[in-house]
Design a protein around this ligand. Structure first.
Ligand code: COA
Length: 161
């Protein structure tokens, strides 16, 4: 078994930006374990099961990608997977402070675990799950920013509100 990395997030929902990070990570590491936070600090639009299902559908043709959820500290989860690498996408400079803080705290909690940042492709620089949800809520075109399944689920969600 080769080197596996953990790609954590709330993924509410997964975007094409996340998928781009994931596929580029696979050009460096052997496998990626997408780890969906059960109780992120955010109020999520989608339930854990919905978030997991959308990720599974979006990556169904990708080899060496595993999808799982976790509760509690990320570093404990990473250790339980017998790896020591966390991968995070970095978009505009605005991500830097938050990511820096999180990686330093994670290192303080467990100094064996390393965080690697992958620069997001310029196409996804200014997108985020929040801004995509906002556009979708008011009927905006979000095709191309998220996988088709996410497009469909967002439409269903807001049609019922
Ligand atoms: N392209 C486009 N958008 C991207 C992106 C990319 N490549 N990468 C991230 N984003 C966006 C997401 O859409 C999301 O947008 P939003 O803020 O509008 O929702 C945002 O960047 C970050 O979301 P995500 O990547 O899902 O991560 P997160 O910041 O929600 O995840 C955890 C945070 C879950 C990793 C973190 O809270 C955690 O580890 N929790 C467990 C407890 C713990 O151990 N905490 C740390 C130590 S105290």
């Amino acid at each position: 078994m080769g080197k596996m990395v953990v790609y954590p997030g709330s993924f509410d929902p997964i975007t094409n930006g996340h998928i781009s990070i994931l596929r580029r990570t696979l050009t460096i590491f052997d496998s990626v374990n997408v780890a969906v936070a059960e109780n992120p600090m955010k109020n999520t639009l989608f339930s854990l099961e919905e978030r997991l299902a959308m990720i599974r559908e979006s990556i169904k043709n990708d080899n060496n990608v595993y999808v799982d959820s976790f509760d509690g500290l990320l570093v404990d989860y990473v250790e339980s997977k017998n790896t020591n690498v966390i991968i995070r996408g970095m978009r505009a400079l605005s991500d830097f402070e938050y990511e820096f803080q999180m990686s330093l705290m994670n290192r303080k909690l467990n100094n064996k675990i390393q965080t690697i940042f992958m620069m997001t492709d310029y196409k996804w620089f200014y997108t985020s799950s929040t801004i995509i949800k906002e556009a979708a809520r008011y009927g905006g075109a979000i095709r191309g920013l998220v996988p088709d399944i996410v497009c469909q689920k967002l439409k269903e969600k807001f049609d019922h509100q």
